[in-house]
Design a protein around this ligand. Sequence first.
Ligand code: HEM
Length: 143
Amino acid sequence: MQPSNPGAEQPSPQPATVYARIGPEPLAQLAVRLYANIDSDQRIRAIFPADLSSQSESVRDMREFLTQFFGGPAAYSDRKGHPRLRARHMKFRIGRDERDAWLENALAALDSVASEFAIDATTTAEIRGYLVHASEFMINQPA
Ligand code: HEM
């Protein structure tokens, strides 16, 4: 039995940012696994660059962006300026089908990362919510 000591057993408040809670590695793996999934998804593979390996520029961009967005170091903007994500996606044809395919790959990547790194349900839901809503915002073509 623990001695009664009100207050001492309170969980500390959750750190404000996702990055502060989970650190860099899960976000790095989310980028790697998202692009590994896209690499074998013929619905959208053709609009991405040839190299989607873990060492690719695409993975680096995504890793740095996610890290920065979720509260980590701003390596993405230091290197590339303001993300302007919707504008950067305008050169690709992204309709509902492309978005749904992308999101499926992103959520599968998130599931595998959340389970491997034992990410808590609240944090996982926060990341999932961002992926769902931001990908909707990337649609730039009518259905
Ligand atoms: C949560 C939603 C999304 C986020 C956070 C995101 C993030 C990014 C980032 C950071 C880049 C690199 C941009 C750069 O620095 O030039 C990128 C590129 C790209 N994204 Fe997205 N994206 C999202 C949704 C989508 C969707 C729905 C599609 C549709 C299939 C898509 C297709 C692409 C393509 C084709 C590229 C170019 C890849 C490359 O050249 O390396 N993205 N995205």
